[in-house]
Design a protein around this ligand. Structure first.
Ligand code: ADP
Ligand code: MG
Length: 430
């Protein structure tokens, strides 16, 4: 494979080879924020209604990360204790240790996180169907990690696109011509909506019916775009989805702001909807080397999942209830997919939700999946954090189930090594 040799040239090949077929699980714990302070103060109102005065340092935290960046300890039953009380209670508290591929502590920067996933992102250029999921309760930092803010605060979406643009420019000198296009969709109540189509935003607002769409949804909250999975090519597509050409980094800023505007048009309370919908940013990559007669197609999906928290029963009535059910349905279906993959089941329920139907190719042979679990550090969130970590551990078992297979192929396939050698020889003649 000519492209693989190109990757070898940049010293990436072996690392990418190593990640083939594995589902990685990373955990990121955000720092304590001033909002946590208010939440703690509200939670610890004294009998006389006077709020407990706290400093940021006094916000009790339940999550402790190891320096090795692999293990994490959760103190699960210290909800609403002050720091001093937590220390006193430590002996009694239920402590649970978890181990993952990588754990980012509160001081990890956006650059630190990107450095660890950049290899993974880069493999979309190698023709892989790549998906990075951001999972966690609302307020844990999913969107911060994915989109982030300006400058050094930039998240994985802009950083990934920048890196891919940079690489494709370098590859141009070696005869590769790339076409990059971005799409951005939202899945809300099992309805797929185009965030880059101005008409789709008003359509969702007007809640018109779904007549005419081939895989229409029964939802009344707007027309759902169809998802087509082609078993022959192993590709999933959303016909009619807007794709914007991406030829410079500023094109991505436009895509992100259009999507953000579209989300706020469709709803009076943007944050409420965005926390209960999944958003999927996709970079569609096509590379062609006409001298060598090679075409490579890859996809990079960056998926910001709906908040994993269960809504309180009292809140979940009427349309809220339907929302809760479909969010829970699609998140629990995502968990079912991972469980089936871990068991190597012959049937994996990809088609049970729009999300897994769309991202199915990322779980298959040419796919790569990375689960990034966000945690809030506070004791008030300890229960939700425990749920997230259980989910993460479940996903991590897919990795071990698959790495057994990987070990076998790696042992049989000394080919990977020899192609590296060929790569070096070829490189030196270039
Ligand atoms: P979610 O998308 O999971 O609901 P957000 O990404 O919106 O959560 O994060 C909630 C708040 O916390 C935001 O104000 C965000 O800027 C802030 N935040 C999240 N992670 C970090 C971090 N690692 N460093 C600093 N601020 C963060
Ligand atoms: Mg968010």
């Amino acid at each position: 494979d000519v492209y693989e040799l190109q990757m070898t040239r940049r010293g990436l090949h072996n690392k990418i080879q190593d990640m083939r077929g594995a589902i990685r699980v990373y955990v990121r714990v955000r720092p304590v924020l001033s909002g946590d302070l208010e939440a703690e103060e509200k939670a610890s109102l004294k009998g006389d209604g006077e709020a407990l005065r706290m400093a940021m340092d006094d916000v009790p935290t339940a999550v402790r990360c190891s320096v090795d960046g692999e293990t994490l300890e959760l103190c699960a039953n210290t909800t609403r204790l002050t720091k001093a009380a937590v220390a006193a209670e430590n002996a009694k508290a239920e402590r649970r240790a978890f181990k993952f591929d990588t754990v980012f502590g509160p001081s990890a920067t956006q650059q630190d996180v990107f450095d660890d996933v950049s290899m993974f992102v880069q493999s979309a250029l190698d023709g892989f169907q790549v998906c990075l999921f951001s999972y966690g309760q609302t307020g844990s930092g999913k969107t911060h990690t994915m989109q982030g803010g300006a400058g050094d605060g930039r998240g994985l979406i802009p950083r990934s696109v920048e890196q891919i643009l940079k690489t494709t420019r370098e590859m141009r000198r070696q005869g590769w011509v790339y076409t990059l296009e971005a799409s951005f969709l939202e899945i809300y109540n099992e309805t797929v909506r185009d965030l880059l189509d101005p008409a789709a935003g008003s359509a969702a607002k007007a809640s018109f019916s779904s007549a005419g769409s081939s895989s229409s949804s029964s939802s009344s909250s707007g027309r759902s775009l169809p998802i087509h999975f082609d078993a022959k090519t192993g590709q999933a597509d959303v016909p009619g989805l807007t794709k914007r050409p991406v030829d410079c980094t500023s094109a991505i800023d436009d895509v992100l702001s259009t999507a953000a505007a579209s989300r706020s048009v469709a709803s009076t309370s943007m944050n409420a909807v965005s926390s209960r919908s999944h958003s999927v940013f996709t970079l569609h990559i096509r590379g062609e080397n006409s001298h060598k007669g090679v075409v490579v197609r890859g996809k990079l999906n960056l998926c910001d999942l709906a908040g994993s928290e269960r809504l309180a029963r009292s809140q979940a009535e009427g349309s809220r209830l339907r929302e809760t059910q479909s969010i829970n349905k699609s998140l629990s279906n995502l968990a079912d997919v991972f469980t089936s993959l871990a068991k190597n089941s012959s049937h994996v329920p990809f088609r049970n939700s729009k999300l897994t139907h769309l991202l199915q190719p990322c779980f298959r042979g040419d796919g790569k999946t990375l689960m990034l679990v966000s945690l809030s550090p506070t004791t008030a969130s300890a229960h939700e954090s425990l749920c997230s970590l259980r989910f993460a551990s479940q996903v991590a078992t897919v990795q071990s189930a698959r790495s057994t297979v990987r070990g076998r192929t790696a042992a049989a396939g000394a080919g990977a090594g020899s192609s590296t050698l060929r790569g070096i020889r070829l490189n030196s003649s270039m």
